[in-house]
Design a protein around this ligand. Structure first.
Ligand SMILES: Nc1ncnc2c1ncn2[C@@H]1O[C@H](COP(=O)(O)OP(=O)(O)OP(=O)(O)O)[C@@H](O)[C@H]1O
Length: 274
């Protein structure tokens, strides 16, 4: 049974995954997986190729489902609820993923503002039956400004660089003023300067109150504002907690299956294979 949303979502866990097991094909990919992230705790989920990160993202976004638990209890709750209406979910958790980017950039006729506005209708494009109000346009413009993408208005999504398209997708997610953003490999395909600029824009979002859940292979992308890190390996959480306690040589070596040396560079971290 779902409880009504409390007025103060800051006091409930953003994400609770409790003993979730997920099969893909005939393989068990997430094995009795548990993770709890509190609202307001900017968190990075770090793991090697094949650790199960995308599977976890798809579990959270309900593209795939966990196996039923023996006790009948739900193994996934977002903001204290295990069932959502899509429109409610969009208002809570914005999602930026490679599959969404592929969908939007493969449509040659999709224009940037339309890509953002169509999000109000949970659609990829605006249709004849979609009534766009002035307030929706204002919110879409504000989201584009917030994501640093206002100069891209009028361009087709297919014509944008990877980094530009990523900013538009962030605007598309922000248009609902979500409490949290789930970002799956958001720096993939960006050069080092674009990556740094993009990470700075995420820092701005984090400081303005949007909780970030950043899924990545790269320790270098863990922003100063991110205080919590969960390490994944073979579909399980190796370690989860305060960044400084989790980002150690031993924990990273276990996560990546090789001797890793972690370095701290100001507010950022980096890692190298020894
Ligand atoms: N549809 C599928 N059928 C069978 N196995 C799958 C399927 N999708 C993913 N897997 C397997 O699940 C494991 C985890 O994959 P997943 O894509 O979640 O990892 P990841 O951490 O996101 O990896 P990467 O960083 O390389 O994207 C991998 O071993 C992968 O081969």
């Amino acid at each position: 049974m779902n409880a009504p949303f409390p007025d103060d979502l800051g006091c409930v866990p953003l994400l609770e995954i409790d003993d979730a097991s997920v099969m893909r094909g005939d393989r068990l990919i997430l094995d009795r997986f548990s993770l709890r992230i509190n609202a307001g705790e900017h968190t990075a989920i770090l793991g090697a190729n094949g650790a199960g990160k995308s599977t976890l993202v798809r579990l959270i976004t309900r593209e795939i489902y966990p196996l039923a638990r023996g006790d009948g209890r739900a193994s996934l709750r977002v903001f204290n609820r295990d069932r959502w209406h899509v429109s409610e979910l969009r208002g809570l958790l914005g999602i930026v993923s490679p599959s969404l980017q592929d969908d939007c950039t493969s449509d040659a006729a999709l224009e940037v503002s339309e890509a953002v506005l169509s999000s109000f209708f949970a659609a990829r494009r605006l249709g004849l039956d979609h009534r766009v109000t002035e307030s929706m346009r204002e919110r879409a413009n504000a989201a584009l400004v917030h994501a640093g993408a206002e100069h891209l208005r009028g361009r087709s999504m297919a014509s944008l660089s990877t980094g530009e398209a990523r900013r538009v997708l962030i605007a598309r997610a922000l248009v609902h003023r979500p409490r949290a953003l789930l970002l799956d490999e958001p720096c993939a395909g960006l050069d080092i300067a674009s990556r740094r600029r993009f990470l700075e824009s995420l820092r701005h979002l984090a400081r303005s109150g949007t909780t970030l859940l950043l899924v990545t292979h790269h320790i270098e992308e863990i922003l100063p504002e991110i205080t919590q890190v969960a390490l994944l390996r073979d579909g399980r959480v190796v370690q989860h907690g305060d960044k400084a306690e989790v980002l150690t040589d031993a924990a990273l070596s276990k996560t990546f299956g090789m001797p890793v040396r972690v370095q701290r560079l100001g507010d950022y971290y980096s890692a190298a294979i020894e």
